[in-house]
Design a protein. Sequence first.
Length: 118
Amino acid sequence: MDQKIREQLETAGINVDEALERFMNNDGLMLKFLLRFPQDENFALLKQGLEQRDAAAAYTAAHTLKGVVGNLAMGELFRMVSQVVEDLRGEDLAAAQGRMELLEAQYLRTVEALNQLA
């Protein structure tokens, strides 16, 4: 893998070595899946669920997003989404909403860095 691409992925919050391991060291396949991430709708569904005060819908989107970012080795994003999942599991919408500003900032940094690679 090109060092510039590796650095860009690390800037996006991706643990490149962990991601490569998950994709059996196939960097082409890994990049293919990483570059699809910006089209994933779960972050938007999470925001929509919270805006509509629909804890069940927000939980489903957050839990799915957690799985996606975990599989893509997006460590910081995974940590942040996991906290929102736990809030929603306890039906604490206020706590989940309180975490969204920082979560969204990290999400946007990740998406921007990935879009620069596309």
